[in-house]
Write a protein that binds this ligand. Sequence first.
Ligand SMILES: Cc1ncc(COP(=O)(O)O)c(C=O)c1O
Length: 397
Amino acid sequence: MTISNNVQKRMAEGSWVRKMFEEASILRQRFGDENVFDLSIGNPVMEPPIEFNQELMRLVENPIPGMHRYMENAGYPETRATVAEQLSLETGISFDKSDIVMTCGAAGALNVVLKTILNKGDEVIVFAPYFMEYDNYIDNHGGITRVLPTDEQFLPKLDALESAITAWTKAVIINSPNNPSGVVYSEGLIHQLGELLRKKEAHYGTQIFLISDEAYRKIIYDGLKYPPVFGHYLQSIVITSHSKDLALPGERIGYIAVHPDCSQREELISGLIFCNRVLGYVNAPALMQRLVRNLQHVSVSVAQYQKKRDFLYNNLIEMGYSVTKPQGAFYIFPKCPLKDDLAFTTELRQWNVLTVPGRGFGLPGYFRVSYCVDDRTLEGSLVGFKKVAQKFNLCAG
Ligand SMILES: Cc1ncc(COP(=O)(O)O)c(C=O)c1O
């Protein structure tokens, strides 16, 4: 066989998000763009903020000599310094540029972190529902994924975590605002999480990292404030990107931030920089580093996403779907009226509405709707949602 058994197995398991996204392309060819309602992938329909184009123009008009050359593997010092400054403002903790490594998006950041910290057989805990690429990334670096349940609000169950942590637990990954549920973890929950991890570290005499995936940190609704993990746990590593907050997923730009008081900080950061290099990323894209440097305080219109969230949530509730109201990100994760989530998403597909079964996030029985789409697509999808709700007796009319 040409490709490895493991790659073959993982490809066969596939990504449900990608499967549905590809399905949408086929349907578009058959029925035309305007008749297909693709709510499968988190590919923001919004354009980057105007400030992004202004920075781009400024750079084109004032090119910097050597701006396309190799650089330090951690990224440009001046970009890392502005990221550190912004993080210091947001967290009240003093970050230095040496705490930051610029990466190829959040996906690149996760791979760099996992390669740096994992020995073969180390365990990494995640909470379902979760972004299923975690599983592939953990496997990339010899780790074993331990999936834990959440409560009815999709929040981690701390008693389950307490019993799941072993001497082999190297990291716990959290993701808030969450893909796919949209929940935002409270400061109280993060604090308890930190306390529990400290207790377990002391018990086993190990180091357990809290990896906080904050790809959606700036997309939060209803005036809620984001509680930074850094204030609650020293062994924390934040990974994030500008794929969602600046609508730049194709440009592959993000970063890793390590708690300035993390133990063995220097060794950890040297490891991260080494892994950024040897994973073949070498460094994050030079042009993007120049551009996002001055955009740390900028984001796409959160109000527009909130409007879409309200529109979809209110309509789904009215149709009789059982839904937890998302507090951030741009996904909603309703319960399926059918036990079989794949069968349910197939019902929606009959109406050219593409969503992703909950099994694609480690939690069957639900389905994910991505609402980072234009209003026409969102409005058009309601017919299918309604027809299927009627078929399964969720609503009367
Ligand atoms: C929770 C989560 N983490 C990480 C990523 C990867 O983001 P990036 O495009 O920055 O690699 C995504 C992408 O959808 C995501 O939803």
